[in-house]
Design a protein around this ligand. Structure first.
Ligand SMILES: Cc1ncc(COP(=O)(O)O)c(C=O)c1O
Length: 341
């Protein structure tokens, strides 16, 4: 039985076309700044997002951590959402690598608003850590792939400006937001000092992220990338995958979103969709079960050939991606009905 894997969009394998581009890639030593495809990718992403400069890094985690390190001082406080990737899934990186304290706030499906952020800013008093950075995530992974509404980010950005804070966007799935809403990536990016985008999620590359920002910020991040052990050598092979992903894999995200929507409709009919259909906005579908049932549900799906991701003891996640087609969609819907019907 061939398993259908809906655990994550990070599981995609490079397509034949992408492998060909990687095979043909010219390379140089990127620590010497001599890898043409890396240099072009950094400029390309920076231009897409309307920023001065970009830095190619091995992972979304490193990109987020470099953004924090480059924009804070030890003892500062970073405001973020409590299920955000950089707080939940990055191994305590902000504390270890930047010596900052994270102030996590509970959002609605991962979305924070300007009022709750304003209310959580520390007073200028020597008792408190000083807030200096606000980090948002778009789309919000744990929120169920929800798109951050642009007007809300604008309001948060106004708060940040009033207080002279910087803003970082974890845009690991920014292109999903762009395709879902038709908003230009630069319209999001102009509200942030730094933005991280990943090639290894919905865009289907094996590895790689780019952090963009001002030339000054990226210069700092470049130094910290070296310090964190993220300097890479003949990495044009990976940059070629990034270029290929930008050429061919952005528009097609609409297919992932459509398939996720159809899965969500089935889950809704079966009474297991976490919330109403309006929250399935991109490629992530969240299913909710009575407390303590998810390990058993995971095993039941697996018996039928469907791999799902257990989020916690109540939630299961399905993520559509480049390696999930219409036939697998039909089979998955049948499996959902069989297991849950
Ligand atoms: C929203 C978000 N940010 C950052 C990351 C980290 O990316 P990486 O696995 O490349 O470190 C992920 C990984 O899935 C993610 O979902």
């Amino acid at each position: 039985m061939k398993l259908i894997d809906l655990r994550s969009d990070t599981l995609t394998k490079p397509t034949a076309g992408m492998r060909k581009a990687m095979y043909a890639a010219e390379v140089g030593d990127d620590v010497y700044g001599e890898d043409r495809l890396v240099n072009e990718l950094q400029i390309r992403v920076a231009e897409m997002l309307g920023k001065e400069a970009g830095l190619f890094v091995p992972s979304g985690t490193m990109s987020n951590q470099l953004a924090i390190k480059s924009q804070t001082q030890p003892g500062d406080e970073v405001i973020c959402e409590y299920t955000s990737h950089l707080f939940t899934y990055e191994g305590g990186g902000p504390a270890v690598l930047s010596g900052v304290q994270v102030h996590p706030l509970k959002g609605n499906h991962g979305i924070l608003d300007a009022v709750q952020i304003s209310e959580s800013i520390r007073p200028k008093d020597h008792h408190f850590a000083q807030t200096s950075l606000i980090a948002l995530e778009n789309t919000h992974n744990r929120g169920g792939g929800v798109v951050y509404p642009l007007p809300i980010i604008e309001q948060i950005s106004d708060v940040a400006k009033d207080h002279h804070f910087t803003m970082h966007l974890d845009g690991a799935r920014l292109m999903n937001a762009v395709i879902a809403c038709g908003v230009d990536p630069s319209a999001y990016a102009e509200l942030f000092d730094s933005v991280s985008v990943c090639f290894s999620k919905g865009l289907g590359a094996p590895v790689g992220s780019v952090l963009v920002g001002s030339a000054e910020l990226i210069e700092k991040a470049h130094r910290f990338r070296k310090m964190f052990g993220g300097g890479m050598r003949q990495v044009g092979i990976l940059a070629a995958a990034g270029h290929y992903a930008l050429d061919y894999h952005i528009e097609r995200l609409a297919e992932d979103h459509h398939r996720a929507r159809l899965l969500a409709e089935t889950c809704n009919e079966l009474g297991v969709l976490e919330d109403d259909l309006s929250w399935t906005q991109t490629n992530i579908v969240v299913l909710s079960f009575p407390k303590g049932n998810t390990a058993q549900m995971e095993a039941a799906f697996m018996d039928e050939g469907l791999q799902v991701s257990v989020v916690d003891d109540q939630l299961i996640r399905l993520v559509t991606h480049l390696d999930f087609d219409d036939d697998q969609l039909d089979q998955s819907r049948e499996i959902l009905k069989k297991v849950l019907g």
